[in-house]
Design a protein around this ligand. Structure first.
Ligand SMILES: NC(=O)CC[C@H](N)C(=O)O
Length: 205
């Protein structure tokens, strides 16, 4: 056997998927496809040893309520603040926003991204739609990304540290602030895993 054959496989980054509600399975499949080791997170101790965390789409008020009931809210808030890479899609984007509009009066977010997000912002016009997006920072950036929006939020205010990766009709729908990534749309349902690849790169860094 040559020396190259004896090299151990590079470690797959361990990426949690918050599994209290929403489209968990699709994120697990996408993470697996881009070389991560996905772990379901339902209990605070399952947050230990993660290289990153995905907050799936679903219903942000339900995700918030269940996270507080299961004792996940504070630990996730602390991990976000401490620099754990976290990716939120749709309801997950809402939960990463420092401020939300049209939220439930008691809704709390993990925060982390200096932005104000309006819930169901596209929903008032059309419930769901798909559009080809140019997203900065993706592998193969010139190939449009098929972005699926389902009662999606948009970003109404952005802090200086927040980078806009994509916008629809002037509204930011993909943003990054350092170790935090958020999209209004659902890349996990498309079979195009480049957003997950970008996130797993952040988790490996
Ligand atoms: N697809 C989604 O995640 C929709 C988000 C939902 N409208 C909310 O406010 O939580």
């Amino acid at each position: 056997m040559s020396e190259a054959d004896q090299q151990p496989e590079p470690r797959r980054p361990v990426v949690g998927v918050l599994s209290v509600q929403g489209d968990v399975r699709e994120h697990v499949a996408a993470l697996d496809a881009v070389g991560a080791d996905p772990r379901l997170v339902r209990r605070p101790r399952e947050l230990e040893g993660l290289d990153g965390l995905v907050i799936p789409g679903g219903e942000s008020t339900t995700i918030d309520r269940l996270c507080r009931i299961f004792g996940l809210h504070e630990p996730i808030r602390r991990l976000v603040a401490a620099g754990l890479p976290v990716y939120g899609s749709c309801a997950g984007m809402i939960q990463l926003a420092d401020e939300i509009l049209d939220g439930h009066p008691e809704q709390q977010t993990f925060g982390g991204i200096d932005m104000t997000v309006r819930r169901n912002a596209f929903g008032r016009q059309v419930d769901s739609f798909e559009t080809d997006l140019q997203i900065a920072g993706l592998p193969d950036p010139d190939r449009p990304f098929p972005a699926v929006f389902i009662r999606a939020p948009w970003v109404e205010r952005l802090g200086e540290e927040v980078e806009v990766l994509a916008a629809v009709e002037g509204h930011p729908v993909a943003v990054r602030q350092g170790h935090l990534l958020a999209t209004s749309f659902h890349p996990e349902v498309t079979g195009d895993h480049r957003v997950h690849a970008l996130f797993v790169e952040l988790c490996s860094g």
